[in-house]
Structures are given as structure tokens and as C-alpha cells.
Ligand binder design. Sequence first.
Ligand SMILES: N[C@@H](CCC(=O)N[C@@H](CS)C(=O)NCC(=O)O)C(=O)O
Length: 215
Amino acid sequence: MQEGEQIIDLYTWATPNGRKVSIMLEELGLDYRVFPIDITKGDQHEPKFMSLSPNNKIPAIVDHSTGVQMMESGAILMYLAHKTGKLMSSMGEGFWSEMEWLMFQVGHVGPMLGQTHHFVKFNPGKSPYAEERYRKENVRLYQVLENRLQDRNYIAKEYSIVDIATWPWISRYEFQQMNLNEFPRLKDWYLRIADRPAVQRGYSVPKVLDVPIPD
Ligand SMILES: N[C@@H](CCC(=O)N[C@@H](CS)C(=O)NCC(=O)O)C(=O)O
């Protein structure tokens, strides 16, 4: 890599946290190269990857124009928004509502829906208690988003890193056995974002898969 090269290296896999960053890079039109980290085969435990992501999880980036290396999808979204001045408000009312809902995604939506995938989709029957607990939490979190979207088209004021962080988790509604028709405002929001060409391109990284569209 030449010094001053503008390219960003994205270490990722076809999961909600990975797709947040590929969608963001597509929205921003930044030049990036994809390095697939197959988490089903244990690539996330390789020492080379761990030097970028000490928590053994995708996604991670290296920005060759600044030398910045980062893990944690929420932090990466903020870094890219700050770098370009796009998809995040500057300090003020808009900024704080974006932070509020970004933290909600990172602290609740991701970890809880991830547990639904683990127990309900991939290990059914192993722990009825956990299946019930996370399915209930899944429904509750969809309702929080449904309520938030009653009087707005996006989770914060305008389309932002908050929508980009949250949308890939809702795109797994089938894994979660959720019917989006029971959450009409959330479904409209989901479809509004699914319609964006950058979202469709980012969704297919690193594997070509079509964005799920509910009936
Ligand atoms: N808080 C992290 C979570 C990242 C995460 O959980 N990544 C998952 C894929 S969505 C992963 O790499 N799993 C591999 C493993 O747990 O070994 C973020 O938001 O980036």
C-alpha cells in the first residue's frame, strides 16, 4: 500500500454488524476493499485479524489515508461519518438524539436480537427459557422502534448512522420469527431503507444475497 492511499480495508462477514459498515461505505461512496473473515470457520481468532480486532469480532477497518485501525461497528460508523461530514449531525440537538439511538442499537438491539438468532434460529429446543426470554425481548424492542417511528420517517431526524446501524438487524426478521406486518411503521421504515441502492449493494458484502422483502 502506497503512503497516502485513500482506500479503506474492511474486514467483515455477511452478518448484521458487518453489513452496517459495508452499507455506510456504499452510502458515502468511499473506496474500499473487502477482506472476508469467515466467522463460521474461526478466522476471527487468527492473530493477524486480532491485531485489528482484539475482541475477535467483525467488523474492523483500516483507513490507509489516516492510519486509523478500528473495531466496533458503532465506533466505525461514527468515525466514517466524522471523516466525511455525512450521515451524522454536528454537535447539538440532532447529534445527541443520534447518539441516544445509536447506543440503544449497540446496547440493546444488537446483543438481544443476536441472542434470538442463537437460541431460536440456530439452537431450537436447547433452552426453552432462553428462547422465550429473547423472543419476548425481540418483540419488545420491535415495539420500541414502532413507537419511535409513529411520527417520523427515520429513527433520528433524518436518515443517519442510526438507521444504518439498526436496519441490518431488522433485516433478520425471519431468523427472529417476527412478522413485520404487526409493526406497520417499522415495516414502512424497513422498506424505505431497503429501497436505497447503496443499502442493496452494502447488504451483499461479502456474499451476494438479496435484501429480504416482507410480504
Ligand atoms: N459490538 C460489536 C459486536 C460485533 C459482533 O458481535 N460480531 C459478530 C458477527 S455479527 C462476530 O464477529 N461473531 C464472531 C464470534 O462471536 O466469534 C460490534 O458492534 O462491532
